[in-house]
Design a protein. Structure first.
Lengths: 313, 171
């Protein structure tokens, strides 16, 4: 039984990633007063299959000037770390691959590991645009990593545990979005930066850097970066749901439906942000991170801790 | 910060707008009558070919995609023996239509000229010639031109005075 759950939970993000390509294109199109791909199959869903056939049959080319081993390793890292994070997410009371008592830390560790993928890809490509993309990615992710962790400490204080399952259980009365709104806002922004989605897609920045760190990639290796990105979006959305929106909790409907609905909502929010916000300049991004979000997350942590202490005494 | 939130909200509201996309093959876009598409050769109201084989269109064409050979009928009317337009080269600039003195060559709003074979984009006279008058219904070149053909002498055209007999002294 457990093996079915494990396989299911680990395959779901991959299938979801493929479907997300379709969802993103359709939803983005609707936001921009277009239809998006609506020709192949019902609702244009066939485009998923067509995309897959296309990307698997494309020439998989490794540039002769690239660092071969690292070049091949990089796209794998982003998918593996993404899937590892999925493992700790509790989907319902019973479904979930594993329940680590340090689940939250594990997630943070894995998302930091994901940075390697981008940096190594930029480095191994041996191409100045790719390297610039990799550099940006490392600077952006390392700095956003800091308060991504800090912003979650408020939740940990409230729940009194690092285990994601216990954090969800602690939200039985009130979702943590209420006492931890600031933490949620910061985590959301940091999550955007972490998955380098628009408006924080500076590592790719196709307007200035060709395609950033994956300029030199083709075929399925390029596809892996996309799968990784969509898995990342799914994971960050799932984390938001788990940490701030009560995970599987909800009236009437079974837990898995609630989880799915909440997840879908946040994925759609991600896509809406992509459609509406412009990309900031790099120094603005860094300044915003270090000068605004970091102090705010520290403040959030201190105030939460203080209030908790006051209530205790 | 506030402006960003407003932007997001505005973009979100666009979700409920009707997409502006025209679903092309099922839904045809409106094209104005003077749209520059597939080229035709028209006939005058009497059913004769309008083209007089003057080569002006061929000369005006910037990409040299019109070729023709002029001929003359027994009654004195000129006509093209063959007329060929290579649509794989045509840029639909409309200069041929502007150059034509007889309204013979006209561009139509039909743009669906796709083909798998380059050769079949070369249209011959039988493909180009239509039975109607196209965009200029009443016009008949030989009725308004001063040129004499059999059945119509000098001075017999519309709005044309009788030729002046320069050898006569009478006013
Ligand atoms: S439309 Fe322009 S390019 Fe085409 S045949 Fe006429 S003059 Fe030539
Ligand atoms: S310009 Fe008009 S009349 Fe002259 S050859 Fe071309 S189509 Fe015929």
């Amino acid at each position: 039984m457990q093996i079915v759950v494990v396989l299911g939970v680990l395959n779901a993000p991959l299938i979801l990633a493929a479907l997300l390509i379709w969802l993103e294109r359709r939803f983005l199109a609707l936001l921009q007063d277009r239809y998006g791909p609506n020709r192949v199959g019902p609702l244009g869903l066939g485009i998923v299959l067509a995309d897959m056939i296309k990307i698997f049959t494309k020439e998989d080319w490794i540039p002769p000037f690239a660092d071969r081993a690292v070049f091949i390793l990089a796209p794998a890292v982003i998918v593996v770390t993404g899937l590892m994070s999925v493992a700790v997410i509790p989907i319902t009371e019973t479904i979930g691959v594993t329940d680590l008592n340090i689940g939250l830390l594990f997630f943070l560790a894995m998302s930091s590991m994901g940075v390697y993928s981008v940096v190594l890809a930029g480095w191994a490509s041996n191409n100045k645009y790719a390297l610039l993309g990799g550099l940006r990615a490392s600077a952006q992710m390392v700095s956003y990593e800091v308060f991504m962790g800090l912003s979650l400490m408020g939740v940990v204080l409230l729940a009194g545990s690092f285990s994601l399952r216990e954090i969800v259980e602690a939200q039985r009365d009130v979702w943590f979005i209420v006492p931890q709104f600031l933490g949620f806002a910061i985590f959301f922004i940091a999550g955007l930066a972490e998955t380098h989605r628009l408006p924080f897609d500076l590592p790719e920045a196709e307007a200035e850097l060709v395609a950033g760190f994956h300029s030199e990639y083709s075929g399925m290796k390029f596809g892996m970066f996309f799968v990784g990105e969509y898995v990342g979006v799914t994971v960050v959305s799932a984390m938001i749901v788990t940490l701030f929106f009560g995970g599987w909790m909800g009236p009437v409907l079974p837990g898995i439906v609630w989880f799915g609905l909440k997840l879908l909502f946040f994925i759609l929010v991600f896509i809406t942000l992509r459609a509406s916000l412009p990309r900031p300049r790099f120094d603005q991004l860094m300044a915003f991170g270090w000068k605004v979000l970091l102090p705010l997350s520290l403040l959030n942590l201190v105030v939460t801790a203080g209030v908790l202490l006051l209530l205790k005494t | 910060m506030l402006s960003m939130l407003r932007t997001i909200w505005t973009v979100f509201l666009h979700l409920f707008r009707r997409p502006v996309t025209v679903q092309y093959p099922e839904e045809k876009p409106y094209l104005p009558p003077r749209y520059r598409g597939r080229i035709i050769l028209s006939r005058d109201p009497d059913g004769d070919e309008r083209c007089v084989g003057c080569y002006l269109c061929s000369a005006a064409c910037p990409v040299d995609c019109i070729a023709l050979q002029a001929g003359e009928r027994e009654d004195g009317r000129r006509y093209p023996e063959w007329f060929r337009i290579n649509f794989s080269r045509c840029i639909f600039c409309g200069l041929c239509e502007e150059a034509c003195p007889t309204y013979a060559i006209q561009l139509t709003p039909d743009f669906e000229l796709c083909d798998f074979d380059r050769q079949s984009l070369v249209y011959e006279k039988k493909d180009l010639l239509i039975d109607g008058t196209g965009k200029y219904p009443g016009y008949n070149f030989y009725r308004v031109a001063g040129l004499a053909i059999s059945g119509k002498d000098k001075g017999a055209s519309e709005n044309e005075d009788k030729p002046v007999d320069v050898k006569s002294l009478l006013p």
